[in-house]
Design a protein around this ligand. Structure first.
Ligand code: GLA
Length: 705
């Protein structure tokens, strides 16, 4: 990101290769937004004054576009900052104070010198990507405490007077990241979660806006943004009476306030925004580059994800040394590279009603500890991993009996149990330390290669008996800050471990968690027909190799929706993410075992082409009865095309599918030895038959010249 400051006229210009972002200090000393979008290099007075939405008329305030919107008496759009002062004053009027540049980032300080509040706006780029992260730090410069009732990360303004369509991803457990689209009207649309600990089952903290709703996969503008936060959030997209469109967002305001003592500061989480003029496909590629090149845990960012065998779908809580030793043999035989013991290994944990919180092995079912399992895995060249759920406890556990005060609860009221468990109050320092110590012990004791962190319920009562008003107001924030602290610790002490972020399936698929985890449990629902929508939503935001889960090759009938599906269809879907097998290998017949072994071999053969790839959405299940996803290697080594049909009608004609992202004059070889020019595949297309109930195809095009 380049920063250009025109001091005498108070203009700040941020530019990335294909995006400009302009602000200016106006005659009243307010920092106003000028422009966000495709490059605008001319920031001379003429260049700026000719813009239609600046200068603004101030009669009703609707044309005022503050760069960070406080509760200002002349402003009617949703504020990013509202403060309760001790003397009852409610308004904050921010004026420009200073700026500084350091480490390639711009900081602009605003202040209300009457109310003694300062606001530091930070703008940070990401190499050559068309992305900028904003965050904000509020400082109480007064002599009495103040209460931040709303403290959002940013106010963003879209180029004026156009109609915008909002795209977001919402759903519910087992049906996550469903693409949703609406035209904005004169209203506020609030994307939010106030479930406390996770959001993305219901709503991913992400938005995309395209002018007039005309942008396609390959053409048109998209203005998009994502919040770096895994707890309660609010993203408000609005169109005001004068047709100006904006987004303001950050941590949620529900049940939350921040008390700032004199000289104390609060920093809101980052909100990253980006722009492209080349459609939703390019938006996804920018998000992928960001994750591959900056966000994913660096030690494994470019490494392939191992093929996992996970005990959950086939065995659930019915885990025993003898059984698992047999499964390890079979898993190794079909080629699994990592064996995961999921929920059910702890003392007394033979169902979901007890044992959660007691992170010690059940000696009755594992009389020799984990040693025989670990040794068996290692003897077969397989790695070993474990499941944990550190934020949770069953009332029937030694941990709860020893520390009933550690859970979120209201004194005297029977707590709401969900999945028979309660939420530990991670905002407490002692609970946070307990989790760190427990995880350190497990890492050391079992030489883990993989750790799956689960979180299987939302907040209920958020009581913290005996806590100060400050602690209660900040509980939901401190919970997530401590969560990140633990994850940061894990990544520091065990950078070699493969971490899976799981929250009852896809409950924490967000950009706050991406820096800590190598895999995200995409969904507890691994049914391929449902995945047509789930996986497309997921891979719009996250690279496919991070699409984790307990069994991406899933059992049939499916445990969630009861659907029965052919093995090949499930296998081909299993290849679209980070491969994991969740099939009972002890009851599988020899034909099934042979086909699973072949599936693993095939996946490993294709993995180098898919490992650091982009996903082009060639045909979308949101628009028709098939999904065609083309994985194109970022370095141009070739492409793997996955095609899935379901329920086509007779006479329902399909087009030739035109591939994308290849070199027009590059030569690509398919698996039958045919050679095609890139432009033939991209312009003329490929024919894929979708006949039958469940058609699936995997086509490979390797670049040979
Ligand atoms: C959640 C996870 C599953 C499994 C179970 C164990 O549902 O998403 O993969 O680990 O919990 O209880």
């Amino acid at each position: 990101m380049e920063i250009y400051v025109q001091k005498e006229r108070g203009v700040f210009a941020l530019s990335t290769p294909k995006m400009s972002y302009l602000m200016k200090v106006d005659e009243e000393g307010r920092l106003v937004h000028l422009y966000w979008g495709a490059p605008v290099k001319d920031i001379t007075p003429a260049g700026i004054a000719s813009r239609r939405d600046f200068p603004y008329s101030d009669h009703g305030g609707e044309l005022y576009r503050p760069e960070y919107r406080a509760q200002d008496p002349r402003d009617f759009d949703p504020p990013a900052l509202s403060i309760r002062y001790p003397d009852g004053v409610r308004n904050t009027v921010l004026r420009y104070r200073s700026y500084s540049i350091s480490d390639g980032a711009l900081t602009i300080v605003l202040s209300d010198d009457i109310m003694k509040i300062s606001v530091e706006l930070l703008y940070q780029g990401w190499g050559d990507l068309d992305l900028i992260t904003r965050s904000v730090t509020i400082r109480n410069e007064g002599e009495a405490p103040v209460v931040l009732e709303t403290v959002r990360s940013a106010t963003l303004h879209l180029p004026g007077h156009l109609h915008y369509r909002l795209t977001h991803f919402a759903g519910k457990w087992g049906a996550e990241y469903q693409r949703q689209r609406i035209m904005l009207t004169q209203s506020q649309v609030v994307l939010e979660s106030h479930r406390g600990v996770s959001a993305s089952h219901q709503s991913v903290p992400f938005f995309a806006l395209d002018p007039m709703g005309r942008t396609t996969e390959t053409a048109g503008e998209v203005y998009f943004g994502a919040l770096h936060w895994s707890g309660d959030f609010e993203l408000i997209a609005y169109q005001n009476p004068d047709g100006l469109v904006g987004v303001t967002g950050g941590i949620g305001t529900y049940d939350t306030f921040v008390e700032l003592e004199p000289q104390e500061t609060f920093t809101a989480p980052g909100l990253t925004f980006g722009y492209t003029g080349h459609g939703f496909g390019e938006m996804s590629r920018i998000l992928y580059d960001w994750q591959y090149d900056f966000l994913l845990p660096r030690s494994k960012a470019y490494s392939p994800r191992p093929v996992i065998y996970n005990s959950w779908y086939p065995f659930e809580f019915d885990l025993h040394e003898e059984t698992l030793l047999k499964v390890i043999e079979q898993a190794a035989d079909i080629g699994a590279e990592l064996f995961v013991v999921d929920d059910g290994w702890m003392k007394g944990r033979d169902c979901d009603r007890r044992g959660l919180g007691d992170w010690y092995l059940d000696e009755e079912r594992f009389p020799h500890g984990f040693r025989p399992l670990i040794e068996a895995c290692h003897a077969h060249g397989m790695k070993f991993g474990l499941w944990v759920e550190p934020e949770m406890v069953n009332p029937d556990s030694n941990l709860y009996r020893a520390h009933p005060d550690w859970v979120l609860h209201d004194e005297g009221r029977k707590p709401w149990l969900s999945r028979n468990q309660l939420v530990l109050n991670l905002a407490r320092e002692d609970v946070c330390q307990f989790a760190i110590d427990m995880l350190d012990r497990l890492l050391a004791e079992y030489e883990l290669d993989y750790l799956k962190w689960d979180m299987n319920r939302y907040f209920g009562e958020t009581g913290w008996p005996g806590a100060s008003s400050k602690e209660i107001g900040e509980l939901r924030i401190r919970f997530i800050q401590n969560l990140y602290r633990i994850w940061d610790h894990l990544n520091k002490v065990a950078p070699h471990i493969l971490f899976e972020n799981c929250a009852g399936g896809g409950g924490r698929a967000d950009f706050g968690m991406v820096p800590y985890c190598d895999r995200i449990n995409r969904s507890d629902n691994a049914d391929p027909v449902d995945l047509m929508l789930i996986h497309e939503g997921f891979t719009t935001l996250f690279p496919p190799k991070t699409a984790g889960g307990a069994g991406n090759i899933s059992p049939s009938p499916n445990g969630i929706n009861g659907r029965t599906l052919p093995l090949q269809y499930r296998i081909d879907w299993g290849m679209t993410g980070s491969m994991s097998i969740g099939i009972d290998l002890l009851t599988a017949d020899s034909e099934e075992l042979i086909r699973l072994k072949e599936a693993v071999r095939r996946f490993c053969e294709l993995r180098p082409l898919m490992n650091n790839s982009y996903v082009y959405r060639i045909a979308s299940a949101y628009e028709g009865p098939c999904t065609v996803l083309e994985y194109v290697d970022r370095e141009g080594k070739g492409a793997v095309v996955f095609a899935f049909g379901h329920g086509l009608h007779f006479r329902q004609y399909l087009p030739l599918f035109r591939l994308r992202g290849l070199e027009p004059h590059g030569r690509y070889e398919d698996e039958d030895g045919n050679i095609f020019e890139g432009e033939t595949l991209m312009n003329w297309g490929v024919s894929i038959s979708m006949a039958g109930d469940y058609a699936s195809h995997v086509l490979v095009f390797r670049k040979v010249g």
